[in-house]
Design a binder for this molecule. Structure first.
Ligand code: FAD
Ligand code: FES
Length: 369
């Protein structure tokens, strides 16, 4: 008993010392360390003089160079990769889960994790130089379900945007009571690409989520916001193969844009869209989907309700969205699959697609994580 007590007290003391050291390091880093001006060499062509001490992602953003960052710099998405060819220092433990062996050999790093503490040479894809920052006014907020809203933004500066249907923007969530730091979050564009001055976002409320709490509780019609983009590679291929779309919740967003684009260009491709909802209260935009079915002769919308209430008199598909796909298809070897939503749903649907013969390289997805 006495030995156990000694053991527990030792652990407590060691943990306390570790916590104190970590806090001291953070304070020293923030208030004492002065890395002065550092030179950031971009793609071997341009030198920027920047203030040291901040994460590379932040420094680049301040220079209006926007790197995709789905988690807003928390080191949980692994999206913010850049090549750091000189001055990056050793790989950090927070980076290793996201870097493959080949990437480490190619000097790929997570720009939100490494700090600018000296001169750095980095290489970023040319297309990222085209990413712009936009000011926009929120002109409409529409309730789609009990936890999902469609926010319409009119771009003011610059006044128009060019994007590929399926891409996303990063919305800046400002400081507000309970949120001390500005953060960015990724949201798929959900508007008609014909309207180049409009960005619609379909946002699902995440309990205690920093950005979604701001969107649902603080953002009002008439407010000005900032966003940057476009980003992402989720888009329709240029083939004529029939397609299966699968989405749940706010995963609806990019498909709205893609369907608008198909309608605008008279795209005749066959597409069947399975939308998964827990209950009928989670269904949204069913009227708009019917309009797309009218406009696109080879498009079908299949809402799938996991647990319909008896009083709903639901006569459509039930169970998991993946089960509905399995009920309707025995062979998907000639199809392409497009998936959007939570990582769990995407992994499950991709498994079903491959089990039905769809080649892995014909499965395109955007994980909302
Ligand atoms: C490419 C991309 C596109 C996206 N597009 C959309 C979109 O169109 N619409 C949309 O609503 N979201 C979209 N997201 C998700 C979005 O970026 C945010 O992650 C989400 O809105 C939560 O942000 P938050 O700041 O409110 O929550 P946070 O403060 O980041 O998270 C709070 C807590 O909730 C957890 N959490 C985070 N996200 C979720 C979630 N989705 N469900 C359950 N728990 C969660 C976190 O782990 C954390 O514990 C997209 C993400 C990516 C990567
Ligand atoms: S921004 Fe998500 S890991 Fe860097």
């Amino acid at each position: 008993m006495y030995a156990l007590l000694i053991f527990l007290v030792t652990i407590l003391i060691v943990s306390l010392i570790a916590a104190l050291l970590a806090a001291a390091l953070v304070i020293a880093e923030r208030y004492i360390a002065d890395y002065g001006q550092c030179t950031l060499t971009l793609n071997g062509q341009r030198d920027l003089s920047v203030q040291g001490g901040k994460p590379l992602l932040t420094v680049l953003r301040e220079e209006k160079i926007f790197i995709p960052s789905a988690c807003g710099g928390r080191g949980t998405c692994g999206v913010c990769k850049v090549n750091v060819t000189d001055g990056g220092g050793p790989i950090l433990p927070t980076e290793t889960p996201f870097l493959a062996k080949e990437e480490i050999a190619d000097d790929v790093r997570l720009s939100c994790q490494i700090k600018v503490r000296g001169d750095l040479a980095i290489h970023i894809p040319e297309e990222l130089f085209n990413v712009q920052e936009f000011a926009a006014r929120c002109v409409q907020i529409e309730e789609l379900t009990y936890d999902m809203n469609r926010f319409r933004f009119e771009l003011t500066e610059p006044a128009t945007i060019e994007y590929v249907p399926g891409q996303y923007v990063q919305l800046l969530c400002p400081r507000y009571k309970g949120n001390a730091e500005e953060v960015y979050r990724a949201y798929s564009i959900a508007s008609d690409p014909k309207q180049k001055n409009i960005i619609d976002l379909i946002i699902r409320r995440v309990p205690n989520g920093i950005c979604t709490t701001w969107c649902f509780e603080y953002l009002k019609q008439g407010d000005t916001v900032k966003m940057n983009g476009p980003y992402g590679e989720f888009c329709l291929s240029r083939t004529e193969a029939p397609m299966v779309f699968v989405a749940g919740g706010s995963g609806m967003a990019p498909f709205v844009t893609i369907l608008h684009a198909m309608k605008n260009t008279g795209n005749p491709r066959q597409a069947e869209y399975f939308f998964g909802a827990n209950t009928t209260a989670d269904l949204c935009l069913t009227g708009e989907m019917k309009d797309f079915e009218q406009a696109l002769p080879n498009f079908t919308f299949v809402p799938v309700v996991a647990r319909p209430d008896e009083s709903d008199n639901w006569t459509g598909e039930t169970g998991l969205v993946t089960e509905a796909v399995q009920r309707r298809y025995t062979d998907l070897s000639g199809h392409e699959g497009y998936l959007c939503g939570s990582p769990g749903m995407i992994d499950a649907a991709a498994k079903v697609f491959t089990s039905l013969g769809m080649p892995e390289d014909k499965i395109y997805y955007d994980k909302f994580a």
